[in-house]
Structures are given as structure tokens and as C-alpha cells.
Design a protein. Structure first.
Length: 373
């Protein structure tokens, strides 16, 4: 067997650096339970063997301190070929502070950078290193914020469906914490009228409804043929998710906030979902994603990627039970701004590149004005 050329048989990790960047949104944005006017990226760069790997998470700037003061020193010296060993080291390092929550965001950014680094050291595309299960990854257009005017919503939907030919799109509902259902129904009807019957229509309530309220909303919207109902109730309300799943035709999905394998195991075991969501920038990185996908498969479930599309594409391509990836407006905008080598979703899918690692390179000069730490 001929092995791929690599920089060195032994490539200890020599440096781990983290930076935070805050990018204003291109307008006011909100969903059913939260509003925001900027997004912060915590970017991690890991060096070994003359190569640098990139990873990131979208979260508080405090994650940079966890990377540089705690996790980075812990993994320095670990062989870059041994990513699971580095993951185990990070898990031990955050034991006393807890592995979930913010710690998992920081771990995720490093873990993704480590996998990217290993692929670059081996001069392999990351999806090939992981073992590709497919050549391309289906995406869905995601945005449709509750703050959008009718014209803004129409423009965004037309951009996805008509210009990029993406056959599945998602809008936010649960207006004002679920207190304006009529507006939700109006926006669902508007979205269907814009995209036509040939496009799948998804909705995301971000946990704004009660279970019975969510069921009533789907019954009233039955003619609009919604096929994906994301977080009709809180992801933590498993019995509520199960009640909605049992009562509606749309596939019920949740899991985007999960930051540890037991969280996803409990969600799968509750028989509350038709599709599990995971965010590679939160859940523990690629190492944990692969374990989560295996748990989902054991429960007969597919997995859908939440946000961070360019961080997710390679592992999505390597996941047999993968359904689709969220082409989220804010993160697409930031990643196109920050990196060369970003992907084109034309036709409704993205294809991982042939270059080493994740195929991205940081635009240092363009990003500097957004640096906050």
C-alpha cells in the first residue's frame, strides 16, 4: 500500500492561537425568541510540521481565553496525527469546569482546526481523510428573520430559489415569543407563494411555542405543505417535541444547542425527532460529530448540519446518515468575507474541494477591522 506523502512522521503541535471577530449584521435580525445585530466568530489556528489548521466557533469572545490559557497549552506537544488523543486531553482539561456549554465551543474550534491541520500535513482534502460517503452535500437556504419586511423576505427567497436554484428554504416563525401566530401564518403563506410548489418549505420556531400551540399552527398552515418544523418547542422539552412529532406531517427537528454526546443520546432515545441536528462548531468538533452521527444512526435517524457551513461540509460529506446542511445567511456572509476558497451552493448542493484540508485560507487583511480580541 502506498501512503500519501506527509510532512513528517512525527508532527507535535507547536502553537494554538485564538482570535475573536465581531461582524455587524446587514440589518436587524431576530427569530421567535432572540434578536441580534452582530455575530462573533472565535477563530483558532493550530500549527505543527510547518502547516496551520483552521477552525472556528460562533460564540462569546470569552472562548478565546479558554483556548489560549487552558486548552491550547494542554494540546501543545500532542502529535497532530493523533486527533482523538488531543480530544481526550481537552476533555480531561475541562473536567472541573464542565465539558458542556462554552467549553464545548472552544473545544470544537480546536478540534476542527486539528482535523484540518492533519489533512494539510497529509496533503489530503479533509473529506477524503475522514472517508467520503458522498461527492456533494445538499444545502437549504436559511434566514427569513422575523424582522424582515415582506419585500426583504421575498428578495431573500427569490435569491435562493431563482438565482442559486436551491430547492429547499427555511424561514423563522414564532414571532414575538409565539404571541403573534397570525403574522407567522401570513409569512408562511407569503413564503410558499414566492417559492412555488416545487420548493420544500421549512420553518423554525426556535422554541417559541407550546406543544399544542405548535400543533395548531401546523394544522392552520397545512395547505402550505411545510415539510420541516424545527424546534417547535424548546429542545430541552423532549416530551413536547414528541407530542408535536406525533401530531404533524412535517418532520420535527432539534438539537442545534447540544454540546455533548449524552445530550444527543437522550434526545434520540426520547423518540422525539424525525431528524437530529448538530452544530460542529458547538458539539465538540468533528471528533464528537462522528460519534453523534453514529448514535443517531443507531436510532434510525439522519443528521442535519446546523450553521457554520464551510466548517461542516467535509464531515457532512463523510457522514452516511447525513440529510442536509444549513446555508445560514449570517455565517455564509461572514465565511465568504473571511476566507478564500468558499463554496458555491448553486443547484442546491456544495462540493468539497480537492485542495488540502478544508480548502480555505484566511484573508488576514480583510478581517483585521473586525477583530475584538
Amino acid at each position: 500500500m502506498v501512503l500519501p506523502k506527509m510532512a513528517a512522521a512525527d508532527a507535535p503541535i507547536t502553537a494554538v492561537q485564538a482570535s475573536a471577530y465581531t461582524v455587524p449584521t446587514d440589518g436587524p435580525e431576530a427569530d421567535g425568541t432572540f434578536s441580534w445585530d452582530s455575530t462573533t466568530m472565535v477563530l483558532v489556528q493550530v500549527a505543527a510540521g510547518g502547516k496551520t489548521g483552521l477552525g472556528w466557533s460562533y460564540g462569546p469572545t470569552a472562548a478565546t481565553a479558554l483556548v489560549e490559557e487552558l486548552l491550547g497549552p494542554a494540546v501543545c506537544g500532542v502529535d497532530a496525527m493523533d486527533v482523538p488523543a488531543a480530544a481526550a486531553t481537552m476533555a480531561r482539561t475541562v473536567r472541573n469546569m464542565g465539558r458542556t456549554g462554552l467549553a464545548s465551543y472552544a473545544v470544537s474550534a480546536i478540534d476542527c482546526a486539528l482535523w484540518d491541520l492533519k489533512a494539510r500535513l497529509l496533503d489530503l482534502p479533509l473529506h477524503k481523510l475522514l472517508g467520503a460517503a458522498r461527492d456533494s452535500v445538499a444545502v437549504y437556504g436559511s434566514g427569513g428573520f422575523t424582522t424582515y419586511t415582506d419585500e426583504q423576505l421575498r428578495s431573500q427567497l427569490e435569491g435562493w430559489v431563482q438565482r442559486q436554484r436551491i430547492p429547499r428554504v427555511k424561514i423563522k416563525i414564532g414571532q414575538d415569543g409565539g404571541t403573534n401566530v397570525q403574522r407567522d401564518l401570513e409569512r408562511i403563506r407569503q413564503a410558499r407563494a414566492v417559492v412555488g410548489r416545487g420548493t420544500e418549505l421549512f420553518v423554525d420556531a426556535n422554541g417559541a411555542y407550546t406543544a399544542k400551540q405548535a400543533i395548531r399552527v401546523m394544522r392552520e398552515a397545512a395547505e402550505q405543505e411545510v415539510t420541516w418544523f424545527e424546534e417547535p418547542v424548546s429542545s430541552d422539552h423532549l416530551s413536547g417535541l414528541r407530542a408535536v412529532r406525533n401530531a404533524v406531517d412535517a418532520d420535527v427537528a432539534a438539537g442545534e444547542y447540544g454540546t455533548g454526546l449524552p445530550y444527543f443520546q437522550r434526545m434520540c432515545a426520547a423518540d422525539a425527532l424525525d431528524c437530529l441536528q448538530a452544530d460542529v462548531s458547538r458539539c465538540g468538533g468533528i471528533t464528537e460529530w462522528l460519534r453523534i452521527a453514529a448514535v443517531a444512526a443507531a436510532h434510525g435517524l439522519e443528521i442535519s448540519g446546523h450553521c457554520a457551513p464551510h466548517l461542516s461540509t467535509a464531515v457532512a460529506a463523510a457522514t452516511p446518515n447525513f440529510r442536509h446542511l444549513e446555508w445560514f445567511h449570517d455565517h455564509v456572509r461572514i465565511e465568504n468575507l473571511f476566507f478564500d476558497g468558499t463554496l458555491d451552493p448553486d443547484g442546491g448542493s456544495v462540493t468539497p474541494g480537492d485542495g488540502p484540508g478544508n480548502g480555505l485560507s484566511l484573508r488576514t487583511a480583510e478581517t483585521e477591522k473586525y477583530r475584538v480580541r
